[in-house]
Design a binder for this molecule. Sequence first.
Ligand code: AMP
Ligand code: ZN
Length: 728
Amino acid sequence: MLRIYNTLSKRVEEITTLEPGVVRMYTCGPTVYRYAHIGNLRTYLMADWIRRILEHGGYKVIHAKNITDVGHMRQEMLETGGDKVILAALAEGKTPEEIAQFYADTFHRDESKLNILPAHHFPWATDHVQEMIAVIERLFENGYAYQAGDNVYFDVSKFSDYGKLSGNVQAGLMEGVRSEVDPLKRDPRDFTLWKTAEPGREMKWDSPWGEGFPGWHIECSAMSTKYMGEQLDVHTGGVDNIFPHHEDEIAQSEAAFGKPFVRHWVHGQHLLADGVKMAKSAGNEFILDDLEQRGFDPMSFRYLCLTLRYRHRMNFTFSALKAAERALTSLRDRVWEWRNLPLLAKQPEEAEEWKARFTNAVNDDLDLPGGLGLTWATVRSGLPDQAKLSLLLDFDRILGLRLGDVPARYDLPGEIQSTVAERTGLRQQADYQRADELRSVISSHGYIVGDGMSETKVRPKTVMEKLGERWSTVSSSKEVESYLDRTPQLDFSFVVTANNYIDDVKRCAQSILRWSEDHEVELIVVDNGSIDGTSDWLEELQQRDSRVKVIHCDHVLGEGAAKNIGLKQSLGRTIVILDTSVEIEGDTLEPIERWLQDRSIGIVGPWGLKTDDLLHFHEEVQSGDADAMQAYCIAFRRDLLSTVGLMRETFRFYRNLDLDFSFQVRERNNRIVADGTLPMTRHEHRQWNALGEAERDQLSFKNFKRFYKKWGERSDLLVSSGEETHSH
Ligand code: AMP
Ligand code: ZN
């Protein structure tokens, strides 16, 4: 069952219900003389997630959301000096009803664009004035209301529990109600239940207290009672509703019906823009249309809201929205790909565990960021893709990202289909160059082509892709096609993995490009989840230097996986893996090529290591045979990979991965040779220096254990064990 923070008890509590299995839930809805901004929508999304989690957990939820078309409206009109839209509409001869209808329609449309489940009841305030009058009459009967002048007020002094929700006591209250300086009130905390209409007012109703209209809060007490009874299980709203609106709702309902009004009060924190609460009056509001006009998919906003708990303020930025859209697109791409797979006869057992973990997360005070994290963990897990797909669709019953609506096959125009088919033919004939040209053609028509292991996928570009504002990303080395069975096309492939430290990346990349002019080279940079601008710089570099190829990872992959991406994509006869702390200072390629002409040599590099016991690797070997080559620079013939294999991806941290790979190479009887004269320098290794000592030790030790477990007994592979291992 969902455990969630209850503003009333100020604790995270399990939701309990009056009637077993049924949750009565009320959400303070929109005021319909203006657009709902995306801050309002964040609050409705919160309610939607609560409802989905409860329904997913087997509860029947009865949900009501009011449409405020009177009362509140007037209050805000007074505060803001009239709404431009309403004034314009009135100038066009529209009635208040027409205006309310227009904004209510827009609100429903926005909710549906965000996949917010429609409430079962959308009561309009103006349709329930009789019910409001009835509650006010009860308040009179019970002695909680009084008439003064033309108005009816709630007598707060009679309700001893006043303040139990907001904690507002006398002093604080004064501030909360400061805007209402009404001499007719007996107590400044008293609030209006009914107001007599001023001359010329159109929206007014008959009542025992004369023609008038209801106060701001009474509609929620009256309508929730009508549709769900005198007691509610859950009531939601934004934090600004806590006082006075919800405090006053409690006073009215409990004074009228003599029962506790709501069990769980849930309040969503505000959406901010430029650091302040989003509000029309602050001039920092965005509506859903604004996002769409900028080319965003409304669902990206839903995704964005999933990335932060409801109890935190969220500062809205377009760059965050872009990141959300990117991530959502990448989820949809998976779904798209996996929908083409045959169904699994039986779900693997772990699937249940994943489901349980997901449910536990979201039930834990609406930890949707945790749920989203688990969604991605599922995507990256070793489960069969079909199982991942069915888990994703199951999670999406709560997330509500409409992942199930991603079509299995997009309806591609005929000409695109035939170009894709032609390209597939070219790829089968290994004419990758022309295939790539056709990729560009397809791309210029607004479609994205991706080559999977067995088939090619094509989907329409997102708007950001059309604008060229984003690059595609990968989440694992599995997604990257291996070119290793193709014949080499170039002399050298440099493989560099970059994770921030832009200056190092620049220095390394530029030195590679500067000193490779006499050769056919490519520089493959695996941008491993950089967030400091490195990605943009690399993207630019790729655009202006055709030798450069950048693969962006959508998060920080393990070092083994990141390096494998570069290795798989390389097309050079010789591969040089370089660390970004290294700077090349002369022609390294001639000597490397010369060394590797000796086919007994597997690896050459400037910084070799030796060991006697496989426990301590010491003395940097600068010439001759070594037991291992340090990752700063490792050069080898590309075809070596077909016998020794790729790097082990269990090595997430870079340390000792080089030892492991070196031993793979040694195991296949290849020599590792050091040449300290290769013209390159090592600079500070920032990744290492940025780590605390304890962290270093821990990460290094883990990797060392991995290494030692596999190679600890293999002292036969050491140079010191004799010359016979590399005698041919
Ligand atoms: P209103 O239309 O002003 O009554 O607001 C509708 C709902 O949106 C209420 O639950 C408010 O508490 C909530 N709300 C108002 N401003 C924001 C904001 N900037 N961020 C999140 N929710 C808000
Ligand atoms: Zn309300």
